[in-house]
Unconditional design. Structure first.
Length: 455
């Protein structure tokens, strides 16, 4: 039994003072309130630790390598994508595991307790399957187990190079599967997950409307009638134009018209939506999976956040390309994008909750829903995904409640205040650091150095 005595904790009923949170030996919260058990940990401020709902870990090694202007004066997401394809052809299974471990450790150290890994790098260079079809899924699971992060594995179905059915080319070949082989790949992933901790799970991830056809969607969705379904949607203007030219409808409109999009679904980015699409997606109960740092980096556009949230839409956050991993920075970047677009302030605040409180509430609930993870609140029966922070410092200056959250997020130094993180009761961060930081970082640095700095 672990018992965390918190001076203040954010519970489903709001802020509670001097509360004990008891974690049972299975990693779930047993009780919240008074406790007769001995206290094992103390916290100034205790929050639900969110799930990072969208990650491509292998892209972390590219951070800093795509910021120069290439020969194309119209450098864009599409030219960045070509660079990414060339880079991934250098990655071995050992490299991929080392990079994933680094990213998962960074997620934990910046406040995430779990991750939904949108895993689409499946094969060897040239698209040749490994002898073990689940080789690279196994590397993701191994990295998660080594760091202690909670995992929802999302094996990705990627069939085509575009909605017109053109063949995969270049680096894309490492992603590709037909529906039948995807079924085998998913089964291999499910076997790996079943051998892992009890909080691990698996979902379904048709990559996008560009990369998956109707037969592929039907097959993927038929693998399970429970668990999360993740898909990229309406990220770029050119993507919207391609889908509309082929189907006669914009991607969000087409998806909502043709599939039973519900609370199992997480639609990633959705930065290119009309008002009607925004309201339709909000009504569906699906989570909008936002990755504001990556969306800013790639020039994706600005999500209709104020409108979506006002309509009851559900939102969660991911780190996508992992060029910079920070929970608090993702939250701030979203809110600042709304302010810049509308020339407003405190864009997402309500009459009874500050901006920071709204963002934390959205991230906690949305990430848990998107990952199919019984977490997201400090309540009995939930996985003990918990984030403990110090407030007795020059960053927060002992501020309380919503004001403390606003200071952590908008002061730009919130990561410095993280002291402890629990993932399903696993005490993975102590004193702000992962216990295996030095070894994980050294392995990562060696891999990145060997890969070189030219793409």
């Amino acid at each position: 039994m672990q018992v965390i005595q918190a001076k203040q904790a954010l519970t489903p009923d709001g802020w509670a003072n001097d509360v004990a949170v008891c974690i049972d030996n299975a990693g779930r919260i047993e009780s919240v309130g008074a406790s007769a058990h001995p206290v094992t940990h103390h916290a100034d401020l205790l929050l639900p630790a969110p799930t990072n709902l969208h990650s491509h870990t292998f892209q972390r090694a590219m951070s800093g390598l795509t910021e120069t202007r290439g020969p194309n004066p119209n450098d864009s997401f599409w030219t960045w994508r070509q660079l990414m394809y060339r880079y991934l052809d250098r990655l071995s299974p050992d490299d991929i595991e080392a990079i994933a471990a680094m990213v998962f450790m960074e997620m934990l150290e910046t406040g995430y307790a779990g991750v939904a890994e949108f895993h689409y790098l499946h094969h060897d260079v040239g698209g040749v399957p490994y002898a073990d079809l689940g080789e690279l899924s196994g590397r993701i699971v191994a990295a998660a187990r080594a760091t202690g992060i909670g995992l929802t594995l999302l094996p990705v179905l990627y069939q085509w190079g575009g909605i017109d059915g053109r063949a995969l080319a270049g680096g894309q070949k490492r992603f590709g599967n037909d529906p039948a082989r995807y079924g085998d790949l998913h089964a291999a992933g499910a076997k790996l997950i079943s051998a892992g901790p009890a909080d691990y799970s698996i979902g379904i991830a048709p990559h996008s409307l560009r990369a998956v056809d109707g037969a592929g969607m039907q097959m993927a969705l038929g693998l399970s009638d429970t668990g999360p379904v993740h898909m990229h949607l309406a990220e770029q203007v050119a993507e919207v134009e391609e889908i509309e030219a082929h189907t006669g409808k914009r991607p969000t409109e087409w998806l909502l018209d043709n599939y039973d999009v519900n609370d199992r679904w997480c639609l990633i980015h959705a930065t290119q939506m009309t008002e009607a699409e925004t309201l339709g997606l909000a009504r569906s109960g699906a989570v909008a999976g936002l990755c504001p740092i990556t969306e800013s980096s790639l020039g994706d556009g600005i999500f209709n956040g104020t409108q979506f949230v006002a309509a009851g839409g559900r939102v969660g956050f991911g780190s996508d390309s992992n060029i910079h991993v920070s929970y608090f920075d993702e939250l701030r970047t979203l809110d600042y994008s709304q302010r810049l677009r509308d020339r407003s302030r405190a864009a997402l605040a309500t009459a009874d909750r500050s901006t920071g409180r709204v963002l934390v509430d959205l991230a906690s609930a949305g990430g848990a829903q998107a990952a199919g993870r019984a977490s997201g609140s400090i309540a009995p029966g939930q996985w003990a995904d918990l984030l403990a922070l110090s407030v007795d410092n020059p960053v927060v200056c002992n501020r309380q409640g919503d004001v403390a959250l606003d200071t952590l997020i908008f002061g730009g130094q919130g990561d410095r205040c993280i002291r402890d993180v629990w993932s399903a009761g696993r005490h993975v961060i102590t004193g702000g650091r992962h216990p295996e930081r030095e070894a994980i970082a050294a392995r990562f640095q060696k891999v990145v150095g060997a890969l070189g700095q030219d793409i």
